[in-house]
Design a binder for this molecule. Sequence first.
Ligand code: MG
Ligand code: MG
Length: 247
Amino acid sequence: MINIKTPSEIEKMRRAGDIVKGIWDMLDKEVKPGVTTKKLDRLVEEYIISHGATSNFKGYGGFPGTICASIDEVVVHGFPSERKLKEGEIIGIDLGCILDGWHSDSARTFLVGECSKEKQELVKVTRESFFKGVEQFKAGNRIGDIGNAIQTYCESRGYGVVRTMVGHGIGRSLHEDPNVPNYGRPGHGALLQTGMVLAIEPMINLGTYEVEILSDGWTCVTKDRKPSAHYENTVALTEKGVEILTL
Ligand code: MG
Ligand code: MG
């Protein structure tokens, strides 16, 4: 069942989104060669708590971190660790919070120092594809229009679009209906309506779209071990049009 949000509920989600915006500003300065992902995790946890919110990731299904820290071939759900980031790596950071019972969810892929042209382009196209998807988030369109726009944009540039993990509705729960795949057919899937709030999140691979899960049961990597990028925002469809709550 798709939960339609009232303007006052979206206002609460906007405030949960504002906390995430502040975290991205902080991480822009903190992500660099030599920093451990555990330290980034701790900084984000402190930020969330000091703003009166709680993490929606920590403990979710037993997940150990406040952030997911996914380096290079890790697509999503990497564990924060004592490993230091190295020049030339890319790191996807996924995080969110709960404020007054309402969730936000967002992800960015950062370049660690100087990265190859190949990685720079992958990160750029992944971000751009999110906005291609958002252009289709309007009343009367369907979920497949969003996915098709992302898929077409990325596949025409030779990238692999992850199939087994998808975006989602969000609200009082982190994951609500509907699923929001990054692929699809125009005019198919659930009808988009004012009051819907979606986490739109392209996960785009340099090589094959195929992924596998490591033995820890969480870490999702590309099958060919080529790099992958992730970009996500919580997006509301209001009377005034689309509003990105975490950017
Ligand atoms: Mg996320
Ligand atoms: Mg999400």
